[in-house]
Design a protein around this ligand. Structure first.
Ligand SMILES: Cc1cc2nc3c(=O)[nH]c(=O)nc-3n(C[C@H](O)[C@H](O)[C@H](O)COP(=O)(O)O)c2cc1C
Length: 207
C-alpha cells in the first residue's frame, strides 16, 4: 500500500468527459441542478468582457452544442455579430466541478432551430419575450416591463405568439472544454480541444 496518489487519478479523462455530458444533459432538464444557470460571456462592443447568467436550454454531445434563449432586442446579438466567440462558466457545489467552455456561436431567430426552441418554450417564459421595453433600454421611472394584463399570469398559447418576433436561440459549438474538480488530495483539471476535422486534443492541466 502507498499513500502516494500521484498518477492515480480518481477517474480517467474519458470517464470525466462522459460524466460531463451526462451532467450537462441533466442540467437542461433539472432546474435545481447548479449547471442549469451558467454564466455566458461575450466580448462587449467596447472590447470589455460582458458576462451574465442565463438558463441552459440545450446540450448536444454529438455536435458539441450548448444553447440558451434570449430576446433579440438585447445587447448580446450585436456583440455576437461583431465577435462570435462565447465563453460559458458553470460551477456545481456538491461535486465541486467547474466547467469553462467556449467556441464560435450562432444566433437563430427565423429558422427551424428557432421554431423548435420556441415550441419547447413554456408559456410563463414566453411572457418575457412580450416585454414592451427592449432589455437594457433606459427607463425614466421603474417599470415592471411586463405585457399589459399579464403582471401576475402567463399568456395563453395564442397570446404568447406575440413574443415570437423577439425570441432567438443562441448556440455555441464547443471547441474548448476545461474541467476542474476540486479535491483535498489533488484537484483534477483537464482540457479538451477539438479541431476542425473533429479530432480532439486532450491533456491534464496543472491545477
Ligand atoms: C437566474 C437568471 C436567469 C436568466 N436567464 C436568462 C436567459 O435565459 N436568457 C437571457 O437572455 N437572459 C437571462 N437572464 C438575464 C441576463 O442575465 C441579462 O440580465 C439579460 O440577458 C441582459 O443581458 P445583456 O444586456 O448582456 O444582453 C437571466 C438572469 C438571471 C438572474
Amino acid at each position: 500500500m502507498t499513500d502516494d496518489v500521484r498518477n492515480q487519478p480518481a477517474r480517467t479523462l474519458e470517464e470525466q468527459l462522459a460524466e460531463t455530458w451526462d451532467q450537462l444533459a441533466r442540467a437542461v432538464r433539472d432546474g435545481k441542478h447548479e449547471w442549469h444557470l451558467p454564466v455566458v460571456s461575450t466580448v462587449g462592443l467596447d472590447g470589455c468582457p460582458e458576462a451574465r447568467t442565463v438558463v441552459l436550454r440545450g446540450v448536444d454531445p454529438v455536435d458539441r452544442v450548448l444553447a440558451f434563449n434570449t430576446d433579440r432586442r438585447s445587447r448580446k446579438p450585436s456583440e455576437l455579430e461583431a465577435d462570435d466567440r462565447m465563453a460559458w462558466t458553470f460551477y456545481e457545489r456538491r461535486d465541486r466541478v467547474q466547467l469553462r467552455i467556449s467556441g464560435p456561436t450562432t444566433m437563430h431567430a427565423d429558422d427551424e432551430i428557432a421554431d423548435q426552441a420556441w415550441q419547447s418554450t413554456a408559456l410563463s417564459s414566453r411572457r418575457c419575450y412580450m416585454a414592451p421595453h427592449a432589455p437594457t433600454s433606459r427607463l425614466d421611472v421603474w417599470d415592471p416591463n411586463l405585457p399589459e394584463g399579464l403582471f401576475a399570469s402567463s399568456p395563453d398559447q395564442a397570446a404568447s405568439e406575440a413574443g415570437r418576433a423577439n425570441f432567438m436561440t443562441v448556440r455555441t459549438r464547443i471547441d474548448r472544454l476545461e474541467r476542474l474538480e476540486l479535491h483535498h488530495d489533488g484537484h483534477l483539471r483537464a482540457l479538451w480541444q477539438w479541431k476542425d476535422d473533429g479530432s480532439v486534443d486532450v491533456s491534464w492541466l496543472a491545477s
